[in-house]
Design a protein around this ligand. Structure first.
Ligand code: ATP
Ligand code: MG
Length: 286
């Protein structure tokens, strides 16, 4: 099962927007496409819990002992099942309940704890087979929460803001990923792609950056997500873009929409399927 961590140590580059819309898009796609129930699990490693606010606003907080913070700090690791809840608008999108204060405290306590980097990976073990995809959103800084998210992952998806400063942040992230691979023998951890975000094609700087990403990373460079007011509106309405601007599903199951933002995230969903499933979901279900 692919576990996709969305990471970039730079803030405000579209990590949360991508985590939410990818998770929701995958859940919709799985619902349309298969007769058996297939689920997506979203984990929000950012204490601010903005990703959870978009899929379960007002319901995502739990007492600290029944939240993600307990999974990361308690030994033996508590069972994850009682902490899993269902998203507001997608019955096959689940999430782990959070507690903002407890998760922020957990981040400062983790350095002194044993097996501090592997706690999320261990906590996920019992439910791995229950989910077709796990998506993990991360905070915008290096540290134990990010390391836990990378160690639990099979793939890393990197949103890159299409500005000069957006690209400069990549060096630090590459070093963090390499360190995790070397320190924990995780050679199988793969970069799934670089996703240009907040793209404004009328700005020559932005187009140059998309071009450079293509030259540098080849087919790991994904098609860009344009800057779109709808994405910001959806975010502030605590909705994913597929709920805010619903797509029409055609017979082939591919999500289509008159909204460019919905369309672009739907294309990302297709590309993630293609890159993570050797045989497309189509052939498994038909
Ligand atoms: N393609 C886009 N078009 C317009 N607005 C966007 C787009 N992507 C993200 N935003 C907006 O930009 C802001 C930052 O996005 P987001 O929260 O996804 O970034 P982040 O990398 O998760 O930030 P942080 O590092 O603080 O967690 C949000 O207000 C969001 O609504
Ligand atoms: Mg975020």
């Amino acid at each position: 099962m692919p576990v996709i961590t969305i990471a970039n140590q730079k803030g405000g580059v579209g990590k949360t927007t991508t985590a939410v819309n990818l998770a929701a898009g995958l859940a919709i796609r799985l619902r349309h496409k298969t007769s058996e129930i297939q689920r997506v699990l979203l984990i929000d490693m950012d204490p601010q819990a903005h990703a959870l606010m978009a899929i379960a606003y007002g319901q995502h907080e739990a007492p600290d002992s029944r939240s993600l913070a307990a999974l990361l700090t308690k030994l033996p690791t508590p069972s994850i099942q009682p902490m899993i809840r269902v998203a507001a608008y997608h019955s096959n999108l689940h999430y782990v309940a959070s507690n903002t204060k407890a998760l922020a405290e957990a981040a400062s306590r983790l350095p002194a704890l044993m097996a501090k980097d592997e706690r999320l990976a261990r906590a996920l073990e019992p439910v791995k087979e229950d989910y077709t995809f796990v998506i993990i959103d991360t905070p915008p800084n290096p540290g134990d929460l990010l390391t836990n998210a990378l160690l639990a992952a099979t793939h890393v998806l990197i949103p890159v803001e299409t500005s000069y400063l957006g690209v400069t942040g990549l060096k630090g992230l590459h070093e963090t990923i390499e360190n995790v691979k070397v320190a924990y023998h995780r050679t199988e951890l793969q970069i799934l792609g670089y996703l240009p975000t907040l793209f404004e094609e009328q700005r020559s700087e932005a187009s140059e950056i998309v071009e450079k990403l293509g030259e540098r990373f080849g087919e790991l460079a994904l098609p860009p997500i344009h800057k779109a007011a709808e994405l910001a509106y959806a975010h502030s309405a605590h909705l994913d873009i597929f709920t805010f601007r619903p797509p029409r599903a055609r017979g082939d199951g591919v999500l289509r929409s008159s909204s460019r933002a919905t369309q672009e995230y739907a294309m990302l969903v297709e590309e993630v399927f293609r890159r993570t499933m050797n045989t497309a979901i189509d052939s498994r279900s038909q």
